[in-house]
Design a protein. Sequence first.
Length: 329
Amino acid sequence: MKCHRCEQQAAVEVRHARAAYCPGCFVQRCREQVSRAISEHRMIRPGERVLVAVSGGKDSLAVWDLLLDLGYQADGVYLGLGIGGYSDRSGACARAFAERRGARLLEVDLADEAGFTIPQAAATRRIPCSACGLSKRHLLNEVALEHGFDVLVTGHNLDDEAAVLFGNTVTWNLPYLARQRPALPESPGFARRVKPLIRLTERETAAYCVIRRIDYIVEECPLAAGNRHLVYKELLNSLEERSPGAKAAFLNGFSERLMPLLDDLAAREREAVGTCSRCGSPTTAHVCAFCRLRDQATRPPRRRRTTRRGTRPVRTGGGEVDPRVSLRP
Ligand code: SF4
Ligand code: ZN
């Protein structure tokens, strides 16, 4: 197969674009797609300070690399979640990348900041990703604001966003649909949050990392089981297999046709936001969800009451799912 651009031997096939590329032209295409997403959705303005949320996975390292090559002033932030060896290895990937690129990496540890780890928080939820997503959103936003960054970048790609859209559509969750945007504008208490990889698939970011020799954590998080978005991804992948381009069409159709109809709802949602009585973060409740999670996760374990028949088990609650990406290439 020949490269779509230069006629040399192709190395990467991009089925949804019905094209194949040699390594050099593929990297160039990735840069163009990211530039296009940034300008189409007005994600980053010239001269702004950018903070990239880096997990050590392929997507976050790819987007950091792409932004640096496009000339953005982009620092990274790594949040230690306390997931045993998995966190150790993902942190090592983030640090190695920062060192190689001479980029600045901020490090925040969930246990130091909030007094609990994700495995501890997971015990309070039916699905661990719910507690993890909530903690990441809260602390990364806090770091961006405290350090004066203009914009917080996440590595959500086309597959992630299509899976989240599918989930929100299956449940017709209109407030979530109204908030699902490639760029969420800044508002009191919130840094602007943007997703420059919205035009690239998971396969493309993995291929990008291989070509650019970026070491990323390949193993899947041991707490990923139960994340419904992995199921939605599988469903969409089988649709894509039969009909290449279906995923991009689904997501782009939403952005172009439905999203503008949800602008009023998004504005009403923003107006309803107040501040947490404990930490001052934006919330629609008296105490924000993160403070409530911290209370639950740091509460001393209740003494098991022994009955005549034996030990009574401690009950755990349920929760929502976070749209985190699977780290499998
Ligand atoms: Fe957190 Fe992702 Fe692991 Fe879920 S899969 S617990 S969101 S790191
Ligand atoms: Zn709070």
